[in-house]
Design a protein around this ligand. Structure first.
Ligand SMILES: Cc1ncc(C[n+]2csc(CCOP(=O)(O)OP(=O)(O)O)c2C)c(N)n1
Length: 672
């Protein structure tokens, strides 16, 4: 249908969509930066979605039973800002639209959930949103199974572009959602055939519909500019079983006389001349940022559509027993239950007495046994390494199409998809996600791990096989730089516990924060319990602490994490035997140590003694504690890895790479 016919056939719809298009053109022009093409192309689809299908109430962006709307193609951010503004969102005022992409504005370049309540997730890195949405859909199904359909019954809608679908992560998301048969997930594909470099055909010839269908999705299509056809497709999408792709055929920069259907509409302002000509095409004579009262009122009414639904939901919630209601609200709020601290204390007390010699991955499994009982909202999983990561505890049950009560997800060999889904699980609310793979494969998950940190999503990454200590699998599997990368990432706690007690403490911290993701780097090899004297206090909360004090005059301080703490203790024994007073500082979490006040840091790392750090990884993150924190280069040494590992049994590798208690003791003596 051409524009004249659309305008004539659907005048009310046309003007509402034109308001959205004009806001996008004008805000991008004012900012002299941004992406007008997507909002102009998808305005019809989202107008129909918001007017007829999306369950939401603009006055209550945190209403737990709202539909989630994810703009996976985050570069089209003016689409969501325009929608929120027009629907009467309290935060996205007209001034915010005018300040698009400027310092301090809520209307950041790409949508940021931590700035705007109604934005469900941070998008911009293409493909993340669609994978977040899979986690949100899983969360909805899990909560529905636990609290009932009267309280939890909503959908997740995703707007994804060609870019999202080209990213590899989309395949992981599609595969997982298809297998899980998530009927509450609908992806609206902005099929405009344009990316930055030009036509999609310059880089892709995938039959996207066939790809989704091959993974068990229902595939529908519509003319993305014809409101009746859009409505038909969205209605059908809600009725289909399993996840749905709606192929919306659209034109990027719709209506712009010379730039529509071209990459020129994608990511730069259209220019005053083109905008003026587009206004003519739209029949939109209004000044920039001016919305006629009648159209503004129509949009405001859309924003209020869900108010009655919400009131009814509120009544159903009130009708629940107080216990169930409180538990629902507690889980949605994301705080750890009181039982957690007691469970961890009990676990530590028993294990410090039993003093088992177990790998920290095994210790983690043992902790999880207690944690999963105390915290009913955990959903665990692994990227096909369940038996190695030891993430599945007894009685969790497997989440699947036939068992939505299951609390364990077999994510398959999809590290990136798993990490992004876990972000979605958390962002949905009501779930504490954790998931495992080999530490080395944080690289594969990294795009989503970075977003956990940026968004403040306290996802727990259970990363086992944390060093050359994994042995025979060799250098492809042996992380050496990964601790440095995780520690370099802002707002991420990287825990490398030394024994079962520190493992329990790391889990407690990871599950008690509501705004920081944690990486638990866990060993494959057995480690003795070093903390045999029980303390109710969580010593790992300080990040580093004195594990063993020098008996005589303190001449050396050894610092270590994880499996090398045992080595530091052995080196200390040897040095002490030679009369060299040696302190051992265990460093389970550098980030938490750095956050302590100077008095504490000085107590742990006083000036004077020789300092040697040992960790089977690269030196980089240790420099702060070797050279800084009152340290001196001439009195500092490191024992660790300089290159990649090799294939051999772990003991041989440690010997060959010179990471031994003897080497640590020798280094101390050379520096004294
Ligand atoms: C992971 C990632 N890679 C690259 C980019 C840069 N980028 C932003 S939009 C875009 C093209 C997307 O094309 P499409 O999804 O078709 O969007 P449209 O042109 O329809 O607006 C690219 C490459 C990005 N945002 N994220």
């Amino acid at each position: 249908m051409d524009i004249a016919t659309l305008r004539a056939t659907y005048p009310d719809h046309w003007m509402k969509a034109a308001a959205l298009r004009a806001l996008a053109m004008d805000a991008v022009q004012a900012a002299n930066s941004g992406h007008p093409g997507l909002p102009m192309g998808m305005a019809d689809v989202v107008t129909v979605l918001f007017e007829k299908h999306l369950k939401f109430d603009a006055s209550a962006p945190h209403w737990p039973d709202r539909d989630r709307f994810i703009l996976s193609a985050g570069h089209g951010s003016m689409l969501i800002y325009g929608l929120l503004h027009l629907c009467g969102d309290a935060q996205i005022t007209l001034d915010q639209i005018k300040a698009f992409r400027q310092w301090g504005a809520l209307t950041a370049g790409h949508p940021e959930n931590f700035l705007v309540d109604a934005i469900e997730t941070t998008t911009g890195p293409l493909g993340q949103g669609i994978a977040n949405a899979v986690g949100m859909a899983i969360a909805e199904q899990s909560l529905q199974a636990r609290f009932g359909k009267k309280i939890v019954d909503h959908r997740t809608w995703v707007l994804a572009g060609d870019g999202c679908l080209m990213e590899g992560i989309s395949q992981e998301a599609i595969g997982l959602a298809g297998m899980q048969q998530l009927s509450n997930l609908i992806v609206l594909w902005d099929n405009n055939d344009i990316t930055i470099d030009g036509r999609v055909s310059v880089s892709d010839r995938t039959d996207q519909r066939a790809r989704f269908a091959a993974s068990g999705w229902t595939v529908l299509h519509c003319d993305g500019h014809d409101p009746a056809d859009i409505d038909r497709a969205l209605t059908a999408a809600k009725e289909a079983s399993g996840p749905v792709l709606v192929d919306c055929k659209t034109i990027i920069g719709f209506g712009a006389p010379t730039k529509a259907d071209s990459y020129q509409a994608h990511g730069s302002p259209l220019g005053d001349k083109e905008i003026a000509a587009t206004r003519e095409v739209y029949g939109w004579p209004h000044a920039p940022f001016e919305i006629p009262a009648e159209i503004a009122a129509a949009w405001k009414a859309i924003g209020k559509r869900g108010a009655a639904d919400r009131a009814e939901w509120q009544e159903r919630l009130s009708a629940l027993s107080a216990n169930k209601r409180d538990e629902f609200l507690r889980q949605m709020a994301g705080g750890a239950p009181k039982k957690l601290a007691a469970a961890i204390r009990g676990f530590k007390k028993a294990q410090s007495a039993a003093a088992p010699k177990v790998a920290t991955r095994k210790a983690s499994e043992m902790v999880l046994g207690a944690v999963n009982d105390a915290v009913p909202e955990t959903i665990g999983g692994s990227a096909d390494l369940t038996g190695s990561n030891l993430t599945k505890t007894a009685d969790l049950g497997v989440f699947g199409p036939g068992n939505r009560k299951g609390r364990y997800v077999h994510y398959g060999i999809r590290e990136h998809g798993m990490a992004a889904a876990m972000n979605g699980l958390w962002l949905h609310g009501g779930v504490r996600p954790y998931g495992g793979t080999f530490f080395c494969f944080t690289d594969y998950a990294r795009g989503a791990m970075r977003l956990s940190a940026l968004m403040g999503a306290p996802v727990v990454y259970v990363m086992t096989h944390d060093s050359i200590g994994l042995g025979e699998d060799g250098p492809t599997h042996q992380p050496v730089e990964h601790l440095a990368i995780c520690r370099a990432t802002p707002n991420t706690w990287t825990f490398r516990p030394a024994d079962i007690i520190e493992t329990a403490e790391a889990w407690e911290l990871a599950l008690s924060t509501s705004d920081t993701p944690s990486v638990l780097a866990l060993s494959r090899q057995n480690l003795p319990t070093l903390r045999t004297a029980h303390s109710n206090q969580n010593l790992s909360a300080k990040g580093a602490y004195v594990l063993a004090e020098a008996t005589g005059k303190r001449q050396a301080i050894l610092m270590a994490s994880g499996s090398e703490v045992e080595m530091a203790m052995n080196a200390r024994a040897a040095l002490e035997a030679e009369g060299i007073g040696t302190r051992v500082v265990s460093v389970p979490c550098m980030e938490l140590f750095v956050a302590q006040d100077e008095a504490y840091r000085r107590k742990v790392l006083p000036a004077g003694p020789v300092r040697v750090a040992v960790e089977a990884a690269v030196r980089m993150p240790w420099d702060r504690f070797l050279l800084g924190e009152r340290g001196k280069e001439a009195k500092a040494g490191f024992v660790g890895m300089e290159g990649f590992g090799a294939s051999a049994p772990a003991e041989r590798l440690y010997a060959e790479f010179g990471i031994t208690a003897e080497a640590v003791a020798e280094k101390v003596k050379a520096l004294l």
